[in-house]
Design a binder for this molecule. Structure first.
Ligand code: ASP
Length: 334
């Protein structure tokens, strides 16, 4: 009898422990766009899934040992910035002048601290510079030459020549975009919808209940020199508050005009919408109704995750509070 009571007591303690275990969660994206099975070789698909898994590993290792959501999102983003397969860091798209201008932002929800950089050209990990702006300057955003000059004052920021970001497939995309642009102009038509994909983002919930979000991108192929997209704009492509965090990917001008990342979290806060309903409403209805397209990843303080997109695909991955994880690319994957 005493033995049975003891076993019951142990079982009760174990269940309580599992319930008390602080929740952590991580969600990442590697961009949305025209991503279809017919466009992706088996080899590329495998490599992209492996990269997404490495990014999840990097972020989740930090969360699993009680680390900060801020560190987790930075670590996940840096893995994707170093991969030539995503439009961030190495492998960033080319602008109309044949160079690279990189945008990034990071935000910590519980403190509402944020840092961002726009149009940087020699910083290997723009997300690291965005974080330095947040932690070592009185500002939220630095752009262009000023951001580069700030990077000069931070020895930890690794610098590379602009050509280091070059990849052959991005050069071909620029040539294609410029040829399309000419054709459209000859017909007197406006430029076609952007063909982008590869911007990277991460949102994490740590064991302290804090949320952080981060986004890094090369922007859009053939963008004008000096163009800044939504990714580094707090509230447009990146947002975190105490209850909710978002990173977006898509046609940036529409994300800016609709304050997409903030709108998703505001719907949760003010209307009491569930995260899924809020994210789907904004990404699947508001953005397309305005003429834009793209996707977003979102996460709330309970560890709920949403990954809506209105394009044919979005590179994405997640680790839920119960430890289940996955990566997905196409629309028909769960
Ligand atoms: N949102 C990014 C931008 O407009 C592009 C993307 O997500 O692929 O700069």
């Amino acid at each position: 009898m005493r033995r049975i009571a003891f076993i019951l007591l142990m079982l009760a303690a174990m269940t309580a422990n599992a319930a008390d275990k602080p929740k952590t969660a991580l969600v990442i994206h590697g961009g949305a766009g025209v991503i279809e099975r017919s466009h992706l070789s088996a080899e590329d698909e495998k490599a992209i899934r492996a990269d997404l898994n490495r990014a999840l590993d990097a972020g989740n290792a930090i969360l699993a040992k009680g680390g900060a959501a801020l560190d987790a999102v930075q670590a996940a983003i840096e893995v994707m910035e170093d991969s030539p397969r995503f439009n961030a860091g190495k492998g960033a798209v080319f602008n109309a002048r044949g160079g690279h201008e990189l945008d990034a932002a990071i935000m910590e929800g519980n403190t509402r601290r944020a840092g961002a950089v726009a149009g940087v050209t020699t910083v290997r990990h723009p997300i690291e510079l965005a974080r330095a702006v947040m932690e070592h300057s009185p500002h939220v955003m630095l752009a262009g030459a000023g951001a580069e000059a700030f990077a000069d004052t931070r020895p930890e920021i690794e610098r590379v020549p602009n050509s280091w970001f070059d990849t052959e497939h991005r050069r071909k995309q620029l040539e294609q975009a410029q040829a399309d642009e000419k054709k459209q102009a000859a017909l007197g038509l406006p430029p076609k919808k952007g063909t982008y994909f590869g911007t990277v983002g991460a949102v994490a919930l740590d064991a302290h209940g804090h949320i952080a979000a981060a986004t890094s991108t090369g922007g859009m192929t053939n963008k004008k020199w000096g163009r800044v997209g939504d990714s580094p704009i707090i509230g447009a492509g990146t947002w975190a508050d105490a209850n909710c965090g978002v990173s977006g990917t898509g046609w940036g001008e529409f994300y800016i005009r609709n304050a997409v990342a903030h709108d998703i979290c505001a719907r949760v806060a003010y209307r009491g919408d569930s995260l899924a309903v809020a994210a789907e409403e904004v990404v699947d209805k508001i953005v397309p109704a305005a003429g834009g397209d793209g996707g977003a990843i979102a996460l709330d303080k309970d560890g709920n995750i949403a990954t809506p997109f209105n394009t044919s695909g979005m590179y994405r991955g997640w680790v839920k509070p119960d430890g289940t994880r996955g990566v997905a690319i196409f629309r028909d994957e769960k």
